[in-house]
Design a binder for this molecule. Structure first.
Ligand SMILES: [Zn+2]
Length: 259
């Protein structure tokens, strides 16, 4: 009987973990130039096996896939993070697909609208995963920064690096955040890509799917952890970067030149 009770307890714990989105710092802080966090891979591993974010000094785009933390550096190549490496902004969840569907040839817009359709509640944050074969991807990362750090909009105008990939297998890993998360998180859809061979990754600007599997996991519990340090205390977080965020994170596929 004790074994059964323990099993049930484990089940309920797992179910709870699967429902929470754990976010560390805010997108507003990242926009303001807070590129050094105190959170290590070792500390965050327990908060989720699926997610995205940034790595200290903006060494590149963070992708957490199946429990492994990767950074996609400026040329798009992937490196697995060491346990002691730190991150300034991270979104993590224990991904457990609540709904799954197959997709045929799909544009970025079609993929995101399919994800919205699959979600029962459009007002909840949603973890979204698309595994499959991609006809085309337009990705970006950025060059590593040194102090004194400038706002993200300035950095991206100068140090963003874009690259494309064709006929590649991999996964889009990301979230849909309702608009009411503005200032805290990136409103709308936000994906990072990781290739099946774990050699290529980056922030997704545009994607064209050949075929694949779309899975969604709504996260009704939002757990926010804020930096309790003098750097965070010194930031001006008054929404001044909101318009720049729309430019940086929401270069919609239609606004991008096809390569
Ligand atoms: Zn991103």
């Amino acid at each position: 009987m004790r074994g059964v009770a323990l099993f049930l307890l484990l089940l309920s714990t797992m179910a709870h973990a699967g429902d929470s989105l754990n976010q560390f710092s805010t997108i507003g802080a990242l926009m303001a130039g807070e590129y050094e966090g105190d959170w290590t891979v070792d500390e965050l591993t327990n908060y989720g096996n699926f997610g995205l974010g940034a790595v200290n000094r903006l060494q590149g785009e963070l992708i957490v896939a199946d429990g492994t933390f990767y950074v996609a550096v400026a040329d798009g190549s992937l490196r697995q993070l060491e346990l002691e490496e730190q991150m300034p902004f991270v979104m993590l969840t224990h991904f457990e697909a609540q709904a799954v569907t197959r997709l045929g040839p799909s544009s970025y817009v079609l993929m995101t609208s399919a994800a919205k359709t699959l979600a029962a509640n459009k007002n909840l944050p949603l973890a979204v995963r698309i595994d499959g074969h991609f006809k085309k991807l337009l990705l970006r990362s950025e060059r590593v920064q040194t102090k004194p750090y400038e706002p993200l909009a300035t950095v991206m105008a100068r140090d963003e690096v874009r690259y494309s990939a064709r006929d590649i297998t991999g996964s889009l890993i990301g979230f849909y955040m309702p608009a009411y998360f503005r200032g805290l998180s990136v409103p709308g859809f936000h994906f990072h890509f990781v290739s099946g061979d774990r050699n290529l990754g980056g922030h997704v600007i545009d994607a064209e799917l050949t075929r694949g599997k779309l899975s969604v996991d709504p996260t009704p519990v939002f757990h926010l952890v804020l930096p309790d340090n003098s750097r965070f205390a010194g930031l001006v977080l008054d929404g001044q970067h909101d318009a720049a965020l729309d430019v940086i994170e929401h270069q919609t596929p239609g606004s991008v030149q096809n390569k």
